[in-house]
Design a protein around this ligand. Structure first.
Ligand SMILES: N[C@@H](CCC(=O)N[C@@H](CS)C(=O)NCC(=O)O)C(=O)O
Length: 221
């Protein structure tokens, strides 16, 4: 049976959600974040990078959310949650599947890093670290995030979901950047379509079932 190596409060929540949407049977092996938020060393026994999500299925070990989505849809999707090949929707789908981790997450991670750094700095250095962090946030990170969030808002004006008017796995993949931006980057201000997107996904029964199975999920907080 397909196994999800699930790190609490992490991107592997998306994989549980995808499997629940498709009704594919799976089992969960659970891992707990350490105090420093890193994954435990047991995850290194599953994949050399020790990150989650990772799945194992039929002798395959697959890491990286986008690759996992492609594998699951190829093996079990039967054409569901992916627009037909050769359509404009399929192009948009492929774009968002890659964009979520390749372009949206890096500035969100920088935001997290430079927000947390001053809080963790030794007290004598804290004012200096705060000053440098604020400069990086103001000059580099916040303007980029503003641009990304405006882009999502405009795209969700073109169609109800990211790849078109049908819900697809691209929406599952994009859920993580939007959840993090809502917790950390002020998405709720001036992005009503993005907030409506989050409300719509939270109302999906499969999303709720995945939450029940995955446990506490408070990304970016
Ligand atoms: N781009 C990768 C990112 C994987 C990743 O960074 N996962 C985080 C959880 S959200 C993790 O495992 N963190 C623990 C660690 O880095 O030790 C993916 O989408 O699968």
């Amino acid at each position: 049976m397909l196994t999800v190596h699930h790190l609490n409060n992490s991107r592997s929540q998306r994989v549980l959600w995808l499997l629940e949407e498709l009704g594919v049977p799976y089992e969960i092996v659970r891992y707990q974040r350490q105090q420093d938020m890193r994954g435990p060393k047991e995850l290194l026994a599953v994949h050399p990078l020790g990150k989650s999500p990772v799945i194992t299925d039929n002798g395959n070990t697959i890491a990286e959310s986008g690759a996992i989505v492609e594998y699951i849809l190829g093996a079990y999707g039967e054409g569901r949650l992916i627009p037909p090949a050769g359509t404009p929707e399929r192009l948009r789908y492929t774009y968002w599947l890659h964009y979520a981790e390749g372009s949206a997450m890096p500035p969100l991670l920088l935001k997290l890093l430079f927000t947390v750094m001053p809080k963790r700095a030794p007290s004598l250095l804290r004012p200096l670290v705060r000053k440098v962090s604020n400069q990086v946030l103001t000059a580099l990170v916040n303007p980029q995030l503003k641009q990304h969030m405006a882009f999502w808002e405009a795209e969700l004006g073109r169609s109800q979901w990211f790849a078109g008017n049908e819900f697809s796995a691209a929406d599952i993949q994009m859920s993580f950047p939007l959840e993090v931006a809502s917790a950390r980057a002020g998405l709720e201000e001036g992005h009503p379509r993005c907030m409506a997107f989050l409300e719509r996904i939270h109302a999906r029964p499969a999303y709720a079932r995945a939450l029940e199975k995955g446990g506490s999920y408070q990304v970016g907080r």
